[in-house]
Ligand binder design. Structure first.
Ligand SMILES: C[S@@+](CC[C@H](N)C(=O)[O-])C[C@H]1O[C@@H](n2cnc3c(N)ncnc32)[C@H](O)[C@@H]1O
Length: 355
């Protein structure tokens, strides 16, 4: 499954025009992002790495495939796609980026594409490097955006990201509904939280939120977004940490959560160089997520992208993990519906356990 989503890279803030990729990236081989880390660099001690526990209880009910769709709206729209690119509207700006899956034709005429405010050019490979180009007026690094009434900043970052993954809005709405319906205090853990949109949505819905990301820069951006959204007084803990280490610590400390979101990259690093490799580390982290749930949990939501796997794989992982807990595991894809011709652009796989 391909998408352009990738871990937050070491981009330079406040660089007005050219933002270059500057780190070695995982190499892609046959569709799988291949990390360059050596085996002995991985999280220590490897021997004690958490594995998925064998659980005896009945498997949760299942619902699949479930396709969760983000439709064009006033804040964000996939305007058109085709010929290896996508044209999106992010607030005031029209942005063109490479899109490997868009092997079809563009539906809009060239004049619509020519009106783009920003174009990410470079290697069309999803792991490729490139730079932002502004055909008209040079733009600053950030610009005001909104999601469902929450103000935040869009950003031209390295590796073509713009500070938000709009397809995640399907999960945010679902989570906000669970928080509101619970009619009790709800604690949310957002692992691999990036610029914090999910955390802001959860906090606005009334939850107490813990947001964890390995990147100090991403946490800085998330805090800026909190201020921008006027949610500064809401209870959000912003934590720079390795997701696995943090979850292990929470287990030892007895900290528990009602909802856990985790959206791990195929490959990433914790702040102390801890190596995250999805296929190796996801089962253990999923197991940990179960271990740090409250006695009356609401949901655990996993998204995966840039990996060669089907949602059936993470579906089976989630059902095994939540055996004996009742509820339901729903799995499928997050897609964005294109405005011009109504085609679906798949962005990621997901699987969620819901009580
Ligand atoms: C694509 S983002 C997740 C997007 C986010 N869920 C959202 O919707 O905005 C992946 C994030 O994982 C973080 N990351 C990578 N490796 C990590 C690790 N070992 N521990 C914690 N965070 C990590 C990156 O810094 C990046 O912000």
């Amino acid at each position: 499954m391909k998408s352009f989503r990738d871990r937050n890279r070491d981009n330079r803030p406040h660089q007005p025009v050219k933002i270059r990729a500057e780190q070695a990236r995982p190499r892609k081989t046959g569709g799988v992002a291949r990390p360059e880390a050596k085996l002995d660099e991985r999280r220590e001690p490897k021997a004690a790495q958490r594995v998925l526990s064998r659980r005896e209880g009945a498997l949760p009910a299942e619902h699949l495939p479930l396709i969760l769709e983000v439709a064009p709206n006033q804040d964000y729209a996939l305007l058109d796609s085709g010929a290896g690119q996508k044209l999106e509207q992010y607030g005031p700006y029209r942005i063109v980026r490479p899109e490997g899956q868009a092997i079809w034709q563009r539906a809009l005429p060239a004049r619509d594409w020519d009106r783009a405010d920003a174009i990410f050019t470079g290697d069309t490979d999803e792991e490729g490097i490139g730079r932002w180009r502004f055909p008209g007026t040079p733009l600053g690094e950030t610009w005001p955006m909104k999601h469902d009434g929450i103000d935040y900043l869009g950003r031209f970052t390295s590796f073509r990201h713009v500070g938000v993954f709009p397809e995640q809005a399907s999960h945010w709405d679902h989570m906000a509904g669970l928080i509101a319906a619970a009619k009790r205090p709800v604690k949310v853990l957002n692992l691999f939280g990036y610029t914090g949109l999910a955390s802001l949505v959860a906090a606005r819905a009334g939850a107490e939120v813990t947001h964890v990301d390995a990147s100090r820069k991403a946490i800085g951006w998330a805090r800026e977004n909190q201020e921008m959204a006027g949610l500064g007084s809401k209870p959000i803990r912003w934590i720079v940490d390795d997701a696995v280490k943090f979850a292990e610590r929470e287990e030892r400390r007895g900290s528990r959560y009602d909802i856990i979101l985790f959206d791990p990259p195929a490959y990433g690093r914790g702040p102390k160089g801890e190596v995250w490799q999805l296929f190796e580390d996801l089962p253990g982290l999923t197991d940990l997520c179960r271990a740090i749930l409250t006695p009356k949990p609401l949901a655990v939501v996993l998204t995966a992208y840039s990996i060669r796997a089907s949602f059936f794989a993470i579906h089976a992982l989630m059902r095994d993990t939540f055996a004996g807990m009742g509820g339901k595991v729903e799995s499928g894809e997050l897609i964005i519906r294109e405005k011009s011709a109504g085609r679906a652009l798949s962005t990621s796989l997901f699987s969620r356990w819901v009580a």
